[in-house]
Design a protein around this ligand. Sequence first.
Ligand code: SF4
Ligand code: SF4
Length: 216
Amino acid sequence: MAPFPGSGLAKGLAVTLRTMTRKTVTEQYPEVQPELPPRTRGVIGLFEENCTVCMLCARECPDWCIYIDSHKETVPAATPGGRERSRNVLDRFAIDFSLCMYCGICIEVCPFDALFWSPEFEYAETDIRDLTHERDKLREWMWTVPAPPALDPGAEEPKELAAARRTAEKLAAQQQPPATEPHADEQARAAESPTRPHGDSQQQSEQPRPQQEGTE
Ligand code: SF4
Ligand code: SF4
């Protein structure tokens, strides 16, 4: 059966009408910044103080796009007679984001919480070599890492937080000035001076005795 003349036009107009009345989903970027989910994988930030140069992230990265250089340093013994220790010092930490496939393996395997996802994504470059972010730039990204979500009410405190709190309390206790002790000269003078009765007993001996009732 032949289609009704003009039915195609009516169908097209119906589609246009339906689309016109539907809510738009176009985001006016860059005038309006998109609302990204908290776990967005934008760029990787490095918290250098936590990095022990264990190389796990570089070894596990499937793209081999993490470059780490380090050297060993000898730390003197903390106590007399103790042993010297050696530790790794970071010389270079870089990630080539032109190779990175944002799998997140490096962040997952880091045993010391030194790598974090940031939702920042505006770091396009005209020169591909500029997509290799060195440690200073990776540290800058740390400022854009969102705070972790709040714990559920009554949840157990994470062991990392408890350890950090204990360390902060210990440092605060160490920084408090020591209780003032009498100077050595004062102690010597006190030892040489004739012994005096205890302050309380002196006061008691100087206090007038209460008169007894009926004794006048
Ligand atoms: S996200 Fe994946 S590909 Fe990118 S640096 Fe980390 S491990 Fe390598
Ligand atoms: S896994 Fe973590 S601690 Fe080890 S080198 Fe990588 S960032 Fe540093």
